[in-house]
Design a protein around this ligand. Structure first.
Ligand code: ADP
Ligand code: 5GP
Length: 213
């Protein structure tokens, strides 16, 4: 299937809106932490969800855990840039983080699935979409097992979902980063941010006063 990419708008946000997606276990959380360390100005979106916290998850850090009424009120107040129902629970990304991409050198990062990422890209065509892939499906399964957070059943379900997610991401995202050696994958991710920051339309050249005689 051929998918058409949204056209870049004439005026780009001065900062960057990055959407990072990956199948579970590919290393997105690890890479997002490295990104935050490298670019301390980055604002990484923490999603809202109605599902209960799992294990060691921390409210405000892993997710904002809210009840369905609170979530519904946020939808009514138009506070989400996108939201979706996944396995009977609601998940949504707050609009506030987008503001960072409108600051010079700002960096807003959404660490979400392809469905959410595609929906944000539709609204903000100059968002940069990056998909993290594992080097192989066997390696993905090995990483999910080595993380030690999921049962066999959950791992089988995640592996099934991972194939579909990889197919969608590989077909439509702007950049594909294969996370084989972690350092190499991070170098590619970092390079995308640096290169996109120098894209025509994002670099402030007003200091050159080209309009004056
Ligand atoms: P995700 O957020 O995509 O679900 P994680 O960042 O939690 O994935 O990574 C899954 C597991 O794989 C973790 O145990 C992590 O330490 C490990 N991992 C991440 N990147 C690599 C890599 N390049 N090589 C080997 N192990 C990795
Ligand atoms: P989990 O409950 O395992 O943390 O996440 C379940 C699914 O919800 C994953 O596919 C995850 O990517 C997705 N998800 C997490 N946050 C958001 C969000 O803000 N928006 C959307 N659309 N999906 C999300």
């Amino acid at each position: 299937m051929i998918t058409t990419q949204p056209q870049l708008p004439a005026i780009l946000s001065p900062g960057l809106l990055v959407i990072l997606s990956a199948p579970s276990g590919a290393g997105k959380t690890t890479l997002a932490h490295m990104l935050r360390k490298q670019f301390p100005e980055a604002e990484i979106s923490v999603s809202y969800t109605t599902r209960p916290a799992r294990g060691a998850e921390v409210n405000g850090q892993d997710y904002h855990f809210v009840d369905p009424l609170t979530f519904k009120a946020m939808i009514d107040r138009n506070e989400f840039v996108e939201w979706a129902e996944v396995h009977g629970n609601f998940y949504g990304s707050s609009k506030g983080v987008i503001d960072h991409s409108w600051r010079p050198r700002g960096l807003a990062v959404f660490d979400i699935d392809v469905q959410g990422g595609t929906s944000i890209k539709r609204k903000y065509p100059d968002a940069v979409t990056i998909f993290i892939l594992p080097p192989s499906m066997d390696e993905l399964e090995r990483r999910l097992r080595s993380r030690g957070t999921d049962t066999d059943d959950v791992i089988q379900r995640r592996m099934l979902a991972a194939r579909a997610e990889c197919e969608k991401g590989a077909q439509s995202y702007d950049y594909l980063v294969i996370n084989d050696r972690l350092d190499d994958a991070f170098e590619q991710l970092r390079s995308v941010v640096i290169a996109e920051r120098t894209r025509r339309g994002r670099v402030d050249i007003t200091g050159l006063r080209l309009q004056q005689p």
